[in-house]
Design a protein around this ligand. Structure first.
Ligand code: SF4
Ligand code: SF4
Length: 366
């Protein structure tokens, strides 16, 4: 198959309908229309039961899709103390996620490495193996900075990727232009699904020109950026421990953990045992945790290794740009801008990073 093929809207509908008939499907939707300024709802992920549920938009969702691979709460084990029995729980269904942008597909790739590292995490990996990823193109908003961290484009990590196009102009008088998608597949599973549920055609040169023009427009549309090469950020962060930035942002941070929750690469969790009222049966569950929360680094006896909000923010930012790069060979920020978009006190990760870059460069000049 050539790199791109064309899927008309009609065929795309068939694809989505075929998928909803065979898989649990999640995709981009609009939520809470009443609360959004434009009245058309906030971009979010939700369950897709029919074609009409899906709203493929160009803007980033507030929450990432990580909950479908790494649920906010999941049971790992069931046990019975009286019977002295236990059984592992691994829950994974065949599922599809439609609408991931390139940065989010990079984020899934990072999560794959994390959960396969050391002793493989069977729960995550079972779910991941049964998950089909269908990506879509996007347009940056004022918080997106994927271009600065090399996650703006993606060639792997998805099964199918969709680029919106107007399609072939029909002969005069033969109806409106046929809107649709140029489609790429990156796995055999993607190819099989595409040919099973829809009929793709050869892409035309005009369509290829159209997505080239769109990609150029997209690249020129970034307003947020990081003012140093991505490869220099671990070094810059490693020299930033004494920066006054941490005290300043720590003084306004609420310690609410929203930045951890919305981040597609924050993967920390807590594990606890929950007993039923008969005090015999119980479940071991894991729930998301967040390094900006006060108790995250508190240990038995009450000592807190990161007592202040400044300490905790410095830790979080270093996890994204410094600490994990040695182990996984990549930055752990994909530039989606969600943490900045969601922060109630407008702590903006690209602006903070640029402040640290300015301090670093000033010190070097001294
Ligand atoms: S979202 Fe903002 S206020 Fe909340 S913990 Fe993160 S940085 Fe602090
Ligand atoms: S740190 Fe912020 S910008 Fe970076 S991946 Fe996480 S949510 Fe996105």
């Amino acid at each position: 198959m050539e790199k791109f093929s064309f899927l008309s809207n009609k065929e795309f509908r068939k694809l989505v309908e075929g998928l909803t008939g065979s898989f649990t499907v999640y995709g981009t939707v609009r939520k809470d229309a009443r609360l959004s300024a434009a009245g058309d709802g906030f971009p979010a992920y939700g369950r897709i039961s029919c074609f009409e549920d899906l709203v493929l938009g160009l803007t980033p969702t507030h929450l990432s899709a990580k909950e479908f691979l790494f649920p906010q709460r999941e049971t790992l084990l069931k046990f019975d103390i009286e019977k002295m029995t236990h059984a592992a729980v691994v829950e994974a269904v065949d599922q599809v996620i439609i609408g991931l942008h390139p940065c989010d597909i990079h984020a899934v790739g990072l999560m794959d490495r994390v959960f396969a590292y050391g002793k493989p995490d069977v729960n995550y990996l079972a779910r991941r193996a049964k998950t089909v990823i269908i990506g879509t193109d996007c347009m940056p908003d004022r918080f997106c900075f994927c271009k600065s961290v090399d996650t703006m484009n993606v060639d792997a990590g998805f099964d199918i990727f969709l680029h919106r196009v107007k399609g072939v102009e029909p002969p005069q008088g033969a109806g409106p232009p046929q809107n649709g998608f140029l489609v790429r597949t990156a796995t055999d599973r993607g190819k099989t699904i595409l040919s099973k549920y829809a009929k793709a055609k050869k892409a035309s040169l005009k369509q290829l020109d159209e997505i080239a023009a769109f990609e150029k427009k997209r690249e020129d549309s970034f307003t947020a950026h990081i003012d140093a090469p991505a490869g220099q950020l671990p070094e810059i962060y490693s020299k930033s421990d004494e920066s006054p930035v941490w005290e300043r942002i720590g003084a306004i941070c609420y310690g609410c953990g929203s930045c951890n929750n919305v981040c597609p690469t924050c993967y920390c969790f807590d594990v606890k045992d929950e007993m039923k009222s008969n005090l015999n049966e119980g479940e071991r569950v894991r729930v998301w945790d967040g390094c900006t929360l006060e108790d995250f680094a508190k240990v038995t006896g009450g000592h807190n290794f990161r007592r202040t909000r400044s300490d905790r923010l410095r830790h979080r930012f270093n996890r994204k740009f410094n600490y994990l790069t040695g182990r996984f060979g990549a930055l752990f920020c994909v530039g989606c801008g969600r943490c900045s978009r969601t922060c109630l006190v407008q702590i903006n990760i690209s602006e903070v990073t640029n402040e640290l870059i300015r301090e670093y460069n000033a010190k070097k000049r001294q």
